[in-house]
Ligand binder design. Structure first.
Ligand code: GCU
Length: 334
């Protein structure tokens, strides 16, 4: 009796196992649906947020990914500023994020090169680099830190804006307290240009401008508009000191749980969203410029751009050893 029961038990367990794994039949193994929280600081309707919504649609409609992954977009910085989002992404508290490259410099030995001021000749040059071999190398450079870079998003070029005066010449920056991202190179750049850097999260900039604890910040026109910084810092001066892209990222452990064909599909969805996002960006830049001007912001070009470029040269000397080869390769891209 005892032996019969135990034999029956074993047969039942085996059957159960076969049913669960789908082995022994033509049925595929049961697909586990993964919920991926994706954090970003931008508000709904901003080109980056639109790019991420596009990505979400691509994933939902993909025959492989649709039943496998469920994206949960947390926009508007509700999960914290980028530094916090990246920490959460690192330990797996969230599974995906789209952030500026600036706070990512500490996660890779090479990606910080993209934050050097006046690195690219123009936006086309940047896209030639990012869409080519160097861009792919930089995407992979994050894997040692447990992150996988999927696709670059456009974040235009960054310039200074402040509450005090238009910056027409380098001397006009003198003494201004300027908010920077959590990035050593951005701090050093602002110092090299004669102003004082203050590191703050993106969502803290408006209040600090409002209270006057900082005089200005630096960003692209779309962010100047969407975060309403033009209301409290009415002078925007184009010096286009850096062109730092945003990056769509996934945690490496999540990535490794995917089959190779799922990884390929996810990368392709990200690539498609990057192409769409660049279009959303182009449309929004013009619209943002019109809107901030209509609201009374004064926009000007700086007059002595060569003096700005000259003043940041010490950064190239300082980071020569770390990024020198990459700078040379980037500059050689036609
Ligand atoms: C840009 C960028 C953001 C970043 C922000 C900042 O808006 O797209 O990802 O957070 O700059 O200055 O912090």
């Amino acid at each position: 009796m005892f032996r019969y029961d135990s034999l029956r038990g074993s047969i039942l367990s085996m059957l159960l196992l076969l049913l669960m794994t789908g082995c022994g039949s033509d049925e595929p193994a049961e697909v586990v649906l993964e919920r991926l929280i994706l954090a970003n600081v931008h508000v709904e309707g901003y080109p980056t947020a639109r790019g991420l919504r596009f990505f979400e649609d691509q994933v939902r409609q993909d025959p492989l990914l649709g039943s496998r992954l469920k994206l949960d977009l947390q926009l508007g910085g509700v999960l914290g500023n980028e530094k916090e989002a990246l920490e959460k992404l690192g330990f797996g508290g969230i599974q995906m994020a789209c952030t500026s490259v600036a706070p990512l410099a500490e996660f890779s030995s090479s990606i910080g090169v993209l934050t050097l001021p006046y690195l690219f000749r123009d936006p086309d040059h940047m896209w030639q680099v990012l869409d080519g071999e160097i861009g792919d190398e930089l995407l992979h450079s994050l894997e040692a830190s447990g992150l996988v870079g999927l696709a670059w998003y456009d974040a235009g070029s960054r310039s200074f804006y402040n509450r005090e005066r238009p910056v027409r010449r380098l001397a006009d920056l003198e003494g201004l307290k300027i908010r920077v991202q959590k990035s050593e190179i951005m701090r050093e750049m602002v110092e090299a240009l004669g102003a004082s850097p203050v590191s703050l999260g993106f969502k803290e900039v408006y209040t600090n401008l409002h209270t006057g604890s900082i005089d200005g910040a630096e960003n692209n026109v779309p962010s100047y508009r969407s975060e309403r910084h033009f209301e409290v810092a009415g002078y925007y001066s184009y010096d286009r000191h850096s062109t730092i892209p945003d990056l769509l990222l996934v945690n490496l452990k999540v990535w490794k749980r995917l089959l190779p064909e799922e990884q390929a599909a996810l990368r392709e969805a990200a690539r498609q969203s990057s192409i769409a996002q660049r279009g959303f960006w182009r449309d929004y830049v013009e619209e943002a410029l019109v809107a901030v001007r209509a609201a009374g912001a004064e926009i000007n070009e700086v007059e002595d751009i060569a003096a700005f470029q000259q003043a940041v040269q010490p950064l190239y000397a300082k980071y020569g050893e770390r990024y020198g080869d990459l700078v040379t390769r980037i500059r050689a891209v036609e």
